[in-house]
Design a protein around this ligand. Sequence first.
Ligand SMILES: Nc1ncnc2c1ncn2[C@@H]1O[C@H](COP(=O)(O)OP(=O)(O)OP(=O)(O)O)[C@@H](O)[C@H]1O
Length: 291
Amino acid sequence: MGVIDAINLTKRYGDIEVLHGLTFSIEEKSITLVIGPNGAGKSTLLKIIGGLINRTSGYISVLGEDPWNSNKIPRKVGIILDRPFLPPYLTVIDIVKEVSSEFSYPLSDAKRLLEDFNLVHFMKNKVRELSAGTKQKLQIVFSLIKNPEIIIADEPTANLDITSRYEVYNTFAVLREKMGLTVLISSHIPAEILAFSTHVLAINNGIMKFFGKVDKLLRNNFLEEFYIVVDNIGKALEALKDRRIEVIGNQIRISGNLAEISKILSNAGVRIFYVRNSIIDKSIKGETGWE
Ligand SMILES: Nc1ncnc2c1ncn2[C@@H]1O[C@H](COP(=O)(O)OP(=O)(O)OP(=O)(O)O)[C@@H](O)[C@H]1O
């Protein structure tokens, strides 16, 4: 049994069925990337898992409960949307105080969360003064104040530039590695976020096309060549000194397991701005029928 189990899950809006018999089991502490073209059914699936809408038929269990009929799920599942709804004229610390008191969460722990995610220097800023990426990171941190076990993020990077997108991806990696949370993220730009994911669930037209580990999706192609743009090439070279790498302009060319490489870089404090490899796109498109 997984943290989230679905058997033959369907959803109809009126007469139209938009999810057709999905069966999958999400492991604890995994990061599952939910991918598919516009209208595939990603948001519908995430909303069912988060208990925001009910399924039409089939079985769904989240942390052992039916999410639609559970008092536990709203506390245990944090939901992140593409645009954070944060009061623009309040300061970050005011919001932290308010959310902490609502969930009886110690303020000192909430402040530590801000430290963990490098947000402490924004404490006295009003929300309207923050960049879109910082607001999104704050939304993620606020969702942690209720101590959730699962985070569901629906297109969390849809409105962000590439630097902010990678900040948010790194945030999800921290959630999994340091806090042991199970994370589901939907995205239109799967090649970028794949390196931070452990599993992929691909839907097209409401049909599940693929569910499994990232390396199964990429198969042998996973050991391919990548071009990575980082914020600090010197630090990156030092962190990857045991590997054969080549510097081309502001990019590093390297072969190997992308998830492993990104972990080494992130542990060395190097920020990844961009990863390119045509094989990733080809594998995703080939397996999912997504054109
Ligand atoms: N409340 C609703 N009433 C009727 N149809 C809906 C409703 N919400 C979504 N749909 C339809 O269900 C299908 C799946 O939509 P959904 O939003 O889940 O897809 P998605 O993969 O998240 O798409 P996108 O990437 O564009 O957000 C689409 O055809 C959409 O038009």
